[in-house]
Design a binder for this molecule. Structure first.
Ligand SMILES: Nc1ncnc2c1ncn2[C@@H]1O[C@H](COP(=O)(O)OP(=O)(O)OP(=O)(O)O)[C@@H](O)[C@H]1O
Ligand SMILES: Nc1ncnc2c1ncn2[C@@H]1O[C@H](COP(=O)(O)OP(=O)(O)OP(=O)(O)O)[C@@H](O)[C@H]1O
Ligand SMILES: [Mg+2]
Ligand SMILES: [Mg+2]
Lengths: 167, 174, 167, 174
């Protein structure tokens, strides 16, 4: 049991370090077992230093967006340990700024060469980078339907029509 | 192998029969708040998953049946079918051990006379047990656990959970 | 103590019903004490039916965005109980679609006639509706600075520069 | 009465002296992830608030002192000053019981020889106790508790907390 966890840890940690560098260029991230001798006694920490920050940065200091990027690196690291033919992500870009949202969407696009990626999103950056678009709405009667003839332009329109009205 | 489409019947806010087709590559789902986007993810988790109904924001499987919406009647039967492309690969083998070009996995729930939810599972039009369905899916790398399916809020939970729980996540992967 | 809590409950509940109707036109929301006779024995629920949904909808059924709108109605209801000269909101519009994000920003704008409102946001809809704009960035050395000569155009630019590159 | 500006010195990621001016009406703060937006909210909570340092994502007040960033040295002193416009209103009275057109509230922390954080409070140039500062602010309706200050994540927490805890929120208001 212990040797198995340590082997998985080494593998996922290597994946994590690589994924974090990709998502936060200039930053540095790795996984830490609190008690490497008896891993079941301690927890697992994500030690991340975002680009430009002090080496002394603890996970609790990180901002909302910085924490999400660390967690997403962990998710990609776990997915790489045992690849699947398809993945589903639900609004993982909620608290990311446009730069970080784009990095995540680009990585999903790259990975979609090997496996199918389905991503629920409200952000224009992510909608722009997807190959296919599905629109879901409810018609005011509480019944969900798929919007017919939906494409990237329609998806961007859904967010835009809003901004056009206001401008 | 990829997900061709989801066929929903009275699953959560999807009243009646609705089909959501998918392509290979990178697909984005969008729409207003409360429209049913996360419910379509719950539908995938419902068939593939081992996680409890709690992650689908329901107290029991009965809550997953269409409640009629603003004016309608509550449905008494619901089902979700995931249809995967399963044509033989270069080596002549099919990724899923189902002898069809389209492999269909159906999970359905109906209310019995005492209003208790009764679940049933089918591969194609053959009734199977939950375990057999999960085993056939798992052989092809289709798991509901792990982070292949990241539901709304999972990222924040992972970023803020205690180190002990995060070690537990790694144990599940092992 | 009990009479005091019940009096506050009545007041905040009236505010909540009004705020929810404003934020979710066509919907219906009210606060419920689980044990009205002994309020300290039970909890406090937000019973909300978003526009077009079934009356049987429970709080746990709601979507991410629908839950946020209910919670924001509760926050406005509490603020109205004891008004303050200034308010601070940090990315409260994270998981809202453009329509709901605009409703929240419009309500903040209306309330900013009586009290000062400061809102941290990444969303264009909210940036569009604010009177004043402050930009904060870090220069890659881990030290936060204020961006000089920052205005609405610069704020929208920060998000846009991104989309222009991609289009 | 409104907040005129925040004067920060070595507070969290704000190394050195930085002033953030505000106007009346509706102000939006924006910028990239990790730039220091929420830290400016923590600065307001630090002076007005009664909540623990935990809500400012710090284990103790010492963590709130600028740690030097990528290349610098950790600071040994930090302070935050909130400056409110306090000109007499129509009835001739000032909203804050401070006899100045600009009322300044300062909270600062310095590390003593044993590296322990020592807090101090000032109204204008006068040293006061934490209680006196809170009382003067509370008289004018400036509370740190309640939901006048909604930190990042508070909305989701409020939407998903148990009914018991939500009743507790109402009790605090009472
Ligand atoms: N059994 C059911 N019958 C009918 N409607 C249901 C049922 N269960 C949930 N719902 C409704 O589904 C809606 C939630 O849908 P969902 O969570 O998929 O929205 P979403 O598109 O993900 O929105 P968001 O962008 O806010 O996350 C709620 O309004 C809820 O009332
Ligand atoms: N004492 C400190 N000294 C220096 N930097 C600090 C200190 N405490 C926190 N930080 C840094 O401040 C940053 C977080 O800033 P903040 O939470 O304000 O970001 P933000 O602009 O709100 O970002 P987001 O949009 O992701 O929410 C972290 O990178 C953290 O390392
Ligand atoms: Mg959702
Ligand atoms: Mg923040």
């Amino acid at each position: 049991r212990r040797t198995r966890l340590l082997a998985v840890f080494e593998h996922v940690n290597t994946n994590f370090t690589r994924a974090y560098k990709l998502l936060q260029p200039g930053g540095d991230g790795r996984l830490l077992l609190e008690n490497p001798k008896n891993p079941f006694e301690g927890g697992l920490e994500m030690a991340c230093v975002p680009p430009g920050k002090s080496k002394r940065t603890r996970r609790s200091f990180l901002s909302g967006g910085e924490k999400s990027m660390a967690a997403l690196a962990f998710i990609f690291a776990i997915q790489d340990y045992e690849p699947s033919p398809f993945y589903y992500f639900d609004e993982v870009d909620q608290n990311l700024d446009p730069f970080n949202a784009e990095r995540i969407a680009t990585l999903c696009r790259l990975r979609s060469m090997q496996a199918q990626f389905i991503m629920v999103t409200l952000r224009k950056v992510s909608l722009n980078l997807a190959d296919h678009h599905i629109g879901i709405t409810h018609a005011g009667d509480g019944c969900s339907r798929r919007i017919a003839d939906f494409d990237r332009a329609a998806a961007l329109e859904l967010g835009e029509e809003f901004e056009k009205e206001k401008a | 192998m990829h997900l061709l489409r989801i066929e929903l019947e009275n699953f959560k806010s999807f009243g009646g029969q609705i089909t959501v087709p998918f392509d290979e590559g990178f697909t984005a789902i969008t729409g207003p708040n409360g429209s049913g986007k996360s419910n379509s993810g719950d539908a995938i988790q419902f068939v593939l998953g081992t996680r409890s109904t709690k992650v689908m924001r329901a107290d029991n499987v009965g809550d997953l049946i269409f409640n009629g919406g603003k004016s309608g009647k509550q449905a008494r039967h619901m089902s979700v079918t995931l249809v995967f492309a399963n044509t033989p690969e270069i080596d002549g083998r099919r990724r899923l051990r189902v002898d069809e070009d389209e492999a269909k996995f159906t999970r359905s729930v109906r209310l019995n006379r005492k209003n208790q939810p009764v679940s049933s599972y089918m591969i194609g039009d053959r009734s199977v047990t939950a375990t057999e369905m999960r085993r056939t899916l798992a052989e092809a790398g289709l798991h509901g656990d792990g982070y292949n399916i990241v539901l709304q809020g999972d990222v924040t939970t992972l970023a803020t959970m205690t180190p002990h729980r995060r070690r537990g996540v790694l144990e599940e992967v092992a």
